[in-house]
Design a protein around this ligand. Structure first.
Ligand code: SF4
Length: 471
């Protein structure tokens, strides 16, 4: 791997550094003068109507100049785009490697693609041209945008409700969510659920006062099915919004019992997830899941006795797995025939056990091969990709994609990714979103992230929600 010291001088430095970091799979970076490292200096100057970029790498200087639009918002947007593209081109040439998503660093490529289409631009051409996205990735994004057309027909007064239950049986080695082990958190469980019930009631008032209609309810976490069944039932029953879709993440197969399934079958719940992540016991042990493949199969068999739409999550590039291991898991999931399959690419965020233990992820080429296989195997098996997002902390910023058999898509997943629907959220770390469509902006209201802090601030919840949703 080549060694490169990078120096960026720009008002957009934070955003431009995302482009530099995207090349970490191929270049070893330093951000200060370092012996034995090549050097790359980037600087830009933004005038009233232009951006002038000067780049010097290994002593060779180039200057680029591009026109910018007049309005402030677009001017900023295009200045960042030109800056990222310049860095991308420089690093592509320096490393000799092409990134699958080119100079696109955003989390939501589908949102950008749809925006370009609305502006009457040839979005696929722009993706493969300006952004240098591979034709395969551009096609994947295009297919998802097409599949979302029918799902994005939303009335102005429709909202989603999200409820966070941040408890899990054990902590996965890659987890950086608000999820501490049940053992550590058990003492807070009762007061957490009480606070949560109170917040759901506050949300209900907001919904009634604004005449909102609830489109989808989503219980996430954490693993909602890891709390006692009567507690979970009381929370589900409180969310009697008559939504067409009601998901409960039952991610850990070891939490899925006949008792909890019977209970959910008699409520408004329509969709659950049983997440194998992998069909290899050796990997499950390595990632601290505390369940076996047999548990997954048993839980899935049980779940299929009910009318729920079932989702299965898989993760590519898990520790110790190669392409064949991942392929086996994809094929196994397909053979089980759940309505939805979601393929994630392992994300190593700060705070996870894997990150702390300096786990080295697979190289980008292997990760790409896995993701590419999942796309072809799933689409060949009749699953359509219908939502996607990219994460900043995984190999090559590859995508996570949700697939569904016809008419079984989860609209909440689309709404959260495309940011096209108001979301009223309850629970530690939950984020409500309010759309101001005319002004093309979104406001967010985040609940306190840690469970103890959330309970301690229970008194402030009413005022915060009422203020946030005030007309
Ligand atoms: S199941 Fe999900 S939320 Fe729970 S510990 Fe594992 S990754 Fe974290």
């Amino acid at each position: 791997m080549k060694n490169l010291a990078v120096f960026v001088n720009s008002v957009n430095k934070n955003e431009l550094m995302e482009m530099v970091r995207a090349y970490q799979a191929y270049v070893n970076f330093s951000y200060e003068k370092t012996d034995g490292f090549d050097e790359y200096f980037y600087s830009d100057e933004i005038t009233d109507d232009k951006i002038i970029i000067t780049s010097t790498i290994c002593g060779k200087t180039t200057v680029e100049e591009y026109d910018l639009p007049n309005d402030t918002l677009n001017k900023k947007k295009f200045a960042r785009r030109f800056g990222k593209r310049s860095i991308y081109k420089t690093l592509k040439e320096y490393s000799g490697e092409w990134l699958p998503y080119g100079c696109l660093t955003g989390v939501r490529p589908t949102k950008l693609y749809a925006e370009l289409l609305r502006e009457g631009i040839d979005a696929k051409g722009e993706f493969t041209g300006f952004f240098d996205v591979t034709p395969e990735k551009a096609e994947h994004v295009a297919r998802i945008v097409k599949n979302q057309e029918k799902l994005l027909k939303i009335e102005k007064d429709e909202v989603d409700v999200f409820v966070n239950i941040p408890f899990c049986p054990t902590r996965c080695a890659y987890c950086s969510f608000v999820a501490v082990s049940m053992k550590q958190l058990r003492k807070y469980l009762e007061s957490y659920v009480e606070t949560l019930k109170n917040e759901i009631s506050i949300i209900k008032n907001v919904i009634n006062e604004n005449n909102f209609k609830v489109r989808a309810v989503y219980f996430g976490g954490g693993t909602p099915t890891s709390i006692p069944v009567p507690m979970l039932k009381s929370l589900i029953d409180l969310c009697d919004f008559k939504a067409k879709e009601f998901t409960v993440e039952a991610g850990r197969p070891d939490t899925l019992t006949k008792e909890v399934l019977d209970m959910m079958a008699n409520t408004a719940v329509t969709r659950i997830s049983v997440n194998p992540q992998t069909f290899h016991d050796k990997t499950l042990k390595l990632i601290g899941r505390a369940h076996t493949v047999e548990d997954t199969l048993r839980a899935y068999d049980l779940a299929k006795n009910y009318d729920f739409i079932v989702n299965m999550d898989l993760i590519a590039t898990l520790p110790g797995e190669n392409f064949d291991d991942f392929k086996y898991s994809v094929d196994k999931a397909i053979s089980l025939n759940p309505e939805n399959i979601t393929v994630h690419n392992l994300s190593l965020k700060r705070g996870s056990v894997l990150t702390e233990s300096h786990y080295e992820p697979l190289n980008l080429k292997d990760a790409e091969k896995m993701i590419d296989y999942s796309v072809s195997a799933l689409t060949d098996a009749g699953y359509e990709p219908y939502y996607m997002y990219r994460q900043k902390y995984n190999t090559g910023n590859l995508e996570n994609s949700g697939y569904a058999k016809p008419d079984t898509e989860c609209v909440y997943n689309v709404d959260i990714m495309e940011e096209n629907c108001n979301i009223l959220a309850a629970g530690a770390g939950a984020i409500s979103k309010r759309l101001f469509r005319e002004e093309n902006r979104i406001e967010r209201l985040a609940d306190v992230k840690d469970v103890k802090g959330y309970i301690e601030r229970a008194e402030t919840l009413r005022e915060r929600h009422e203020k946030f949703w005030k007309k």
